[in-house]
Write a protein that binds this ligand. Structure first.
Ligand SMILES: Nc1ncnc2c1ncn2[C@@H]1O[C@H](COP(=O)(O)OP(=O)(O)OP(=O)(O)O)[C@@H](O)[C@H]1O
Ligand SMILES: [Mg+2]
Length: 375
């Protein structure tokens, strides 16, 4: 369970705790309950930072926010727009999608842009209502008896008090009574804590729940009453071109070590074989773009270590079968390291991750070498 800090550096907005240029982002709920939105007119503070929306209406102000976030995220224009519209409308949201499909990236960018905290909490069987809400410090209780002063906020209270987004990963792994606590907080926008009192949420408080639709171990089927209280957006893998863009962004290889034209070939190969893990008949869930990022980074180091990258870049690979074979073998070695732990085989499949990867490698580099040819 980690709070807030994870999002810094991702956006233009200040990190939580940092001074927010406009008072609205950090101010207590306004008497009119509007979060100051309408009063803010354009919705952009003098510092250029967007103002977080407290309630719906005035959507025009979202356009500049969307443009600024889009500049930091590869693709995902539609998802960004839909999420922005939902949270600006004051709604809580369920994001459904496999791992590595931009869910956290989008939410980090949005909360950073608005200068509101993003409070992460992992949904699992240990996430009791008490863990979500908080607890009295036992040592202080012994000395001073129960009081509001010795209460340690859990992530829910932290998000409510600070007007942050509570981001619950693997929502469907949380116990039912925890989900009920959350539903109450979502409906009432306040919680009552014994010996502390009622804690009201600031207008920008939102609940963002995520879950992996392929996940069926240790999960609860969410009841219709839970679904009925959340907006929902399903996200899937991005197309190959966007994934190449993400890998190029997240796996920069030092130009001194790997020539730029070889990097482009490597990124394309890494994305292609990673995507192939999602199509393989023996694989229940293949690797996300995280695998392609790691594959590119590991292969880049291996190519430099083995002196392959210095042999004339991608042009050198074209020149000789030996250089090309050495490159392809190196990509296979990196595939084993970067991808073998990331693919989940079908229970009935009589194979190993290494065998699956070998097949994918052969399909890509041996059977259809034209598709994989450099240049
Ligand atoms: N659209 C994107 N633009 C830029 N980087 C991205 C994009 N999508 C994913 N990434 C990168 O891919 C990695 C995984 O993305 P992210 O953490 O957003 O996935 P997620 O959907 O939150 O996954 P999980 O369900 O496992 O938490 C991160 O390193 C992120 O930087
Ligand atoms: Mg995530």
């Amino acid at each position: 369970m980690s709070a807030g800090g994870d999002m810094s550096g991702n956006g233009r907005g200040p990190a939580p705790g940092e001074a927010v240029p406009d008072a609205t982002a950090g101010s207590p709920a306004r008497a009119d309950g509007s979060g100051g939105l309408r009063a803010m007119g354009s919705g952009v503070s003098p510092g250029g930072q967007s103002v977080p929306p407290g309630q719906h209406g005035d959507l025009a102000r979202l356009a500049p926010t969307r443009a600024r976030i889009a500049a930091r995220v590869v693709g995902r224009e539609r998802e960004l727009e839909l999420i922005l519209a939902a949270v600006a409308a004051g709604r809580d949201l369920l994001l459904e999608g496999p791992p590595g499909t931009s869910k956290s990236t989008l939410l980090r960018a949005i909360t950073a842009e608005w200068g509101v905290p993003l409070v992460f909490v992992e949904g699992n069987a240990d996430l009791t209502p008490a863990k979500l809400i908080g607890h009295h410090n036992p040592a202080r209780v012994l000395r001073e008896d129960y009081s509001a002063a010795n209460f340690v906020d859990g992530p829910l209270l932290e998000a409510m008090r600070e007007g942050g987004f509570l981001y619950i990963e693997e929502f469907n792994r949380a116990p039912e009574d925890t989900l009920n606590t959350l539903l109450t907080a979502m409906a009432e926008r306040e919680v009552a804590v014994p010996r502390v009192g009622r804690i009201a949420a600031r207008p920008t408080f939102r609940v963002i729940a995520t879950m992996n639709p392929f996940d069926n171990v240790g999960t609860t089927r969410l009841s219709t009453s839970v679904h009925d209280r959340l907006c929902r957006l399903s996200v899937t893998y991005q197309d190959a071109e966007s994934e190449r863009g993400i890998v190029a962004l997240r796996a920069p290889l030092p130009p001194g070590e790997v020539p730029a034209d070889l990097v482009a070939v490597l990124v394309a190969d890494a994305v292609a074989v990673t995507r192939a893990t999602r199509e393989h008949p023996d694989v229940r869930q293949g690797s996300s773009v995280r695998g392609a990022i790691d594959l590119t980074l590991v292969a880049g180091e291996l190519l430099a270590l083995r002196g392959i990258s210095s042999a004339g870049g991608a042009g050198g690979l074209r020149a000789g079968d030996t250089a090309r074979q050495a490159y392809a073998d190196t990509v296979y070695d990196a595939m084993v390291v970067a991808l073998s732990g990331r693919i989940q085989l079908d229970e009935t499949a009589e194979t190993t991750p290494e065998m699956v990867l070998r097949q994918i490698w052969e399909d890509h580099f041996v059977l259809t070498p034209a598709a994989a040819a450099p240049g």
